[in-house]
Structures are given as C-alpha cells and as structure tokens.
Design a protein around this ligand. Sequence first.
Ligand code: ZN
Length: 242
Amino acid sequence: MRINDYHVHMGKNSKGVNYTVEDLIASMDEFGVEKSGLSILNGVTVKELNDRVMEACDKYPDRIVGYAYINPREAGAIDEVHRCMKHKGMRGFKFHSWKHGYFPSNNKALDGIMDAIAPYGYPVLVHTGTAPLALPQQWAEIAKRHSDVTFVFAHIGYLDFGYDCVECVKDLKNVYVDTAGQVEIPVMEKALEELGPDRMIYGSDWPYKYPKSEITKFDYYNLSEEDKEKIFYKNAMKIWKY
Ligand SMILES: [Zn+2]
C-alpha cells in the first residue's frame, strides 16, 4: 500500500527533544511513507519556522511537502502567504488557533488571509478539537464563508469534538478531515459513513504520535483496497495538486 502522511511536524517537543528532517525521513522510511506534509509550530515568528520548512523541502523535494504556518495575529500575515507561495515546495497552509491564541470565528484578519490563499488553490490544514480556541464549529464557519478554499480539519475534532466535527463539515464539500490521533471507533465509523473515504486523509502528527498505530488502526474497518488507497495516498496527492 502506498502511503502519504498529510500531517507531520519537526522541531522541539515539550520535553525539549529536537526532531530534525533526517529523523522525519528515517521515520517515513521505516513506515513506507512516500511524502509527508510538514509544518513547524514551535518558535517565535512564523517566518523563521517557514524558512526551516522550505529548507527541508529543498533538501528532500520528493519527500517533503511544505506547509506555510500562518498566524493571523502577526502583522504581515498576507505577505507571508505570498512569500511562502513563491517556493515551489510549498503546497499548503497550517493554522493553529489554539497555539496562536485566537477564536477563528471572530478573528478579523482571517477572511482577508483566506482571500489571499484562494487563488493559489492549495489546502489549509487547521488544528481542531481543543476547546475553547480550536473548535471544529468555529473553523466550519470560516470554511463556509470560503467555499473556494480547500480545508483539512486535523484529528477529526480530536478526543472531545469528533462527532461535532463530522456533523459540522458533512455538508461542506470543501472540507476534508485528517485522521491523526483520532482513536474513537464510533467517530471513525461516523466519518467513514458521513464523509466517506473521498474526504478522509491519513495523517500521523509525527513525532507526537506513533505512525504504526495510526496506520494499523485502519485494519479494524475492513476497507476495500480502493478506499484505503484514497485515504492513504490519493486524496493527499489530489489536494496537494500533484
Ligand atoms: Zn499539527
């Protein structure tokens, strides 16, 4: 089975252990992953973090898909969108309203940023599932207003908002979900039934989660090879625009 991982990070974890791009490539090789969608979240300015993502893309252009991490509370967020999009390794965006400390539904800069992103046609990965700043319902409002932007709701709403996440995106055709860290069988089943394999994407959230358990959890659902290929490989390729 061919695998792409939609959702990985590098940099320091909360214990101060630093994960490099070489560590990432080694993990990808271990679990048979072809390409990974990378963002770095721990640092002072997004510019410095995005520079490191672009370096990783330059080093491993066939393995790393870069995401521009955008903070709507930083001045120059729209400039950062355009700056990152000049780099050909960058094929997506990452927003983390919990880490950056804003409510998506009342942040005044987000609409303008989404308007700047839309013409590039690359998808926006948003962390969902952490109250009160990163609820799927809040991001669903943004996705509804920007139907010309493709969104990926990370973690299917995570541990507390899995059902809500599927409910609030099921009618929004521009929204996919990634499966990183979603371990609840009823939530995964609801996503498979209501969104289907066309709108679900495998992600591991490496190094915070173990790819092997993120991959093997799918064994439970008896998916056809065709459906597995969509979730593990094709949907990512489609929205990354390969
Ligand atoms: Zn993440």
